[in-house]
Design a protein around this ligand. Structure first.
Ligand code: OXD
Ligand code: MN
Length: 610
């Protein structure tokens, strides 16, 4: 370990006052991991350019054609390191009961012992980068500062897009002030002394979270969700525990702003499981004249109750880590514009002239593609890009960005959407009767694969509030935490956000989507806004309020009122099955599921019988 003098790696450590407790901790980790060098990141463009150039030189990234994608790179991961590894993700809380049935558990002492053993000497021959980062605007009262140490240059570059990093963060962190300790390594090479491959990683992967000490240890993977520790690990799993303890919410939600032709503004958050179009909705290109949607965030939303009793939402990130396949100028023009420079692409295909390509970007693939494995693409050998190919792009480049996106106090929330991919049963939009009913909708949220057959409840994947992979504690307690806001004295009960369940994915008897989706989802947002303002009519059904005839704006859509019937119908027989599945699901979550949710369950069943 070379931490002193010239071999420290860079001069930031000399030019900036690093709080002693941060320096000591980094020294401790370095003593364990035994890197050749330690490099303190300052977060500047010069630093980004230098690290990126080094990565290109060593064959770890490809510089894209600067005419089309200035300052942008393509990375190709190892074929066994392409997604989050939920099976290798653990919460090290005091007891198994504490983490509940939706999390893997290891006792903290055992977890620590394992990490000490596996990280021993794992960075030999490499640089240990120190990335001070901040989730949330630096000046926000409730920002969370972390320090990630990592031996992945890709992680450093991506963290600079996704969070605020470097000098300013260290400047803000006071002596002895808390910071989240985030330790990441792509893992030791399989055999000792073996040189690193273009995308080093290890067959053995461990993603450990210690909620008590707010600490993360991630080993063996360079993939975004496993390696950018500020994102899923800190801003969701650890932050969800902090939020429970401190009376706020850390959610897997987009945040958008809707402006009506009368200039009325509403901010809406939305929880959708992966692959349900969260990024597309956040960047919606409105098809209704005068109605505008702007973007504040596409993945993570921290919600707090303000001194005035309203709910305030804030996106703690500064970038998008979006799924690329399917993204095009037709489906999401704003995303395509956002990633035109200063971006990193992972596991996309490469065109002959140095651009990226994925399925859906154009109707036919260009000639001469190089696939995501770096080989000339042979259509018989599978898709040119990986289905989970990603773009990592700065939020500031998003044409639909709302100017208040990083307001330190956040924006006042009017509504919360929950939605999954449901071919049947679930209406286009349903308004909850109450806060508790909305929490029930979130708690029983489910999504199915497109191949799922009608009413095949077996194919549903449960994903309460889209937090199944991200809630760092017992799901029953999490539901109770959501419910508790209705009793919270700080909350202005007259101005709590209202819940709406949405479903863009209902299909007809031929398996075709009935609702056009994308930009036309503004019609649903318009109805929601008009409900909030008391202007739109709704029909009471056993599962919630749905749009009354004539209340959903179909102008210019080419759909008639009758076409909406299959999107809105509540089939009681189907819903009785649905309710039964919900009951079984909640029962399977164990005794900590709050009584109030069971009451909601009873009430739904009663309404369905009536
Ligand atoms: C993501 C996810 O990458 O939810 O955002 O998996
Ligand atoms: Mn996500």
């Amino acid at each position: 370990m070379h931490i002193d003098g010239k071999r420290r790696g860079n001069t930031l450590a000399d030019t900036l006052h690093i709080p002693a407790h941060v320096r000591l901790w980094v020294e401790e980790i370095a003593a364990l991991c035994e890197p050749d060098r330690i490099y303190w990141c300052d977060g500047t463009q010069t630093e980004w350019d230098r690290i990126a150039t080094e990565q290109v030189a060593r064959g770890s990234m490809v510089a894209l054609n600067p005419e089309h994608y200035p300052n942008s790179y393509l990375a190709r991961s190892a074929p066994n390191d392409v997604a989050r590894t939920e099976g290798r993700t653990f919460i090290c809380a005091a007891s198994k009961e504490e983490v509940g049935p939706t999390n893997n558990w290891i006792a903290p002492q055992e977890g620590r012992a394992r990490m000490q053993a596996i990280f021993k000497g794992c960075m030999r021959g490499r640089t240990l980068y120190v990335v001070p980062f901040c989730m949330g605007p630096i000046e926000a009262e409730n920002r969370v500062i972390g320090v990630q140490v990592t031996d992945s240059a890709y992680a450093v570059l991506s963290m600079r897009i996704m969070t605020r990093i470097g000098r300013d963060v260290l400047k803000t962190l006071g002596e002895n002030e808390f910071f989240a300790r985030c330790i990441h390594s792509v893992g030791a090479p399989r055999s000792k002394g073996e040189p690193d491959t273009a995308w080093p990683c290890n067959d053995e992967k461990w993603i450990l979270h210690f909620p008590e000490s707010r600490e993360i240890w991630s080993y063996g993977s360079g993939y975004g969700g496993n390696a950018l520790l500020g994102k899923k690990c800190l801003a969701l799993r650890i932050a969800s525990v902090m939020a429970r303890d401190q009376g706020w919410l850390a959610e897997h939600m987009l945040i958008l702003k809707v402006t009506s032709p009368e200039n009325k503004i509403h901010y809406i958050a939305g929880a959708f499981p992966s692959a349900c179009g969260k990024t597309n909705l956040a960047m919606l290109d409105s098809t209704l004249p005068g109605w505008k949607v702007e973007t504040l965030g596409d993945d993570i939303c921290w919600i707090r109750v303000g001194a005035d009793g309203y709910f305030y939402a804030c996106n703690p990130e500064t970038g998008f880590f979006g799924v690329a396949p399917g993204t095009s100028n037709k489906t999401n023009r704003n995303a395509m514009q956002t990633m035109r420079s200063n971006s990193i692409f992972t596991n996309a295909a490469l065109t002959e002239d140095g651009r990226v390509w994925w399925k859906g970007m154009t109707d036919t693939p260009p000639q001469g593609l190089t696939d995501w494995r770096g080989r000339p693409w042979d259509p018989d050998s599978g898709p040119a890009m990986h289905p989970n190919a990603r773009f990592t792009a700065p939020i500031e480049q998003c044409p639909s960005l709302a100017e208040e996106w990083c307001r330190p106090e956040g924006v006042r929330l009017s509504a919360i959407l929950v939605g999954g991919r449901r071919a049947s049963a679930v209406p286009l939009v349903t308004e909850a009767f109450s806060w508790e009913h909305g929490v029930y909708m979130g708690a029983t949220l489910a999504s199915e694969s497109t191949a799922a057959s009608e009413h095949d409840l077996g194919s549903l994947r449960r994903d309460p509030f889209a937090m199944n992979p991200f809630c760092g504690y017992n799901m029953g307690d999490y539901f109770a935490h959501w419910l508790s806001f209705a009793q919270n004295e700080q909350v202005d009960k007259a101005h709590m956000p209202r819940f709406f369940m949405v479903n863009w994915f209902r299909t007809d008897e031929n398996g075709q989507f009935i609702w056009p989706g994308f930009g036309d989802n503004i019609r649903v947002l318009k109805w929601i806004v008009e409900r909030l303002e008391g202007a739109a009519e709704a029909v009471h059904t056993p599962v919630g309020n749905v749009p009354a005839k004539g209340s959903l704006d179909l102008d210019g859509l080419g759909m008639q009122e009758d076409d909406l019937v299959p999107l809105m119908t509540i089939d009681r027989a189907v819903w009785r099955k649905e309710a039964e599945a919900n009951r079984n699901y909640l029962a399977g979550l164990g005794a900590r599921v709050p009584e109030q949710l069971r009451d909601e369950q009873d009430a739904l069943e009663k309404r369905l019988r009536a």
